[in-house]
Design a protein around this ligand. Structure first.
Ligand SMILES: N[C@@H](CCC(=O)N[C@@H](CS)C(=O)NCC(=O)O)C(=O)O
Length: 254
């Protein structure tokens, strides 16, 4: 049996839900409320000492880290393969996966917190924030320290936007040989970048690629048309569906 500890709107959880749906698998879900800090509950920390979602439990096996979970699922359930059979092609896919983890996954956190998640810390002064947030987190203490109760400074947001635009440019180039990042085969590289592109669009930031990257726009439309996409992004999985988001449009910035 597959059990998934996840959060509706977490991009890392969405990566795994999309992978599970593509492979036609079922799972028993355990929703973790990140706003209520359930990911830091001592019982959950026994499963995932990093205090983050998602975590997969497959029978007795506990796996964490969304990309690792996706590769594990693809190996254990080889039907509907999401990795190329050729080792060199697989290495190419993994190169994309590392880049996606290192660059857009990290970059997307900055506008996500500033635009959507900051209200979780409303009313806390600096000292209370440090006590309630930073002290207890196994990961990313520096990230939360830098954010503080007031959010990330503009320079961090600018850097993040730059990283997002560069990711789109890299995808645009790869997609000249599309329809998917590796060409004809739809792979885990497409799966794990999809929730990030979706989050950026959900935050109203798709102007970061719209003008210069038409192939990314087409790729996103192809992605959204896949039945697995609707399964993974069920109602309530997007920030705009439950939060009032201040759209950070070009227009507002000017
Ligand atoms: N490397 C991990 C990162 C997981 C991660 O950062 N998850 C976020 C949600 S996307 C989380 O649980 N954040 C907890 C928090 O914000 O306190 C993975 O890919 O699974």
């Amino acid at each position: 049996m597959l059990e998934l500890y996840h959060a509706n709107h977490s991009t890392c959880s969405q990566k795994v839900r999309l992978c599970i749906a593509e492979k036609g698998l079922d799972f028993e879900g355990h929703l973790i409320d990140l706003g209520a800090k359930e990911q830091l509950d001592p019982e959950y920390l026994k499963l995932n000492p990093n205090g983050v979602v998602p975590t997969l439990v497959h029978d007795e096996v506990v796996i964490m880290d969304s990309s690792v979970i996706c590769e594990y699922l693809d190996e254990v359930f080889p039907e509907q393969p999401l990795a190329p059979p050729d080792p060199a092609e697989r290495a190419h896919m993994r190169k994309w996966m590392r880049y996606i983890e290192e660059v857009p996954t990290a970059a997307v956190r900055f506008p996500s917190f500033n635009i959507a998640f900051l209200p979780r810390f409303d009313g806390l002064n600096e000292e209370q924030f440090i006590k309630q947030q930073e002290d207890v987190r196994p990961l990313r203490k520096g990230f939360f320290r830098r954010m503080g109760p007031a959010g990330f400074p503009d320079e961090d947001i600018e850097e993040s936007f730059d990283q997002i635009s560069k990711t789109a440019a890299r995808m645009e180039e790869a997609l000249t040989n599309g329809p998917w990042l590796l060409g004809d085969m739809y792979t885990l590289a497409d799966v794990i970048v999809a929730p990030l592109i979706d989050r950026i669009a959900d935050l109203g930031l798709d102007y970061l690629w719209k003008d210069d990257c038409p192939r990314v726009t087409d790729w996103y439309a192809r992605m959204q048309a896949r039945p697995a996409f609707a399964t993974a992004f069920y109602r309530g999985a997007r920030l705009t569906e439950f939060l009032e988001i201040r759209h950070w449009s070009k227009h507002e910035e000017a």
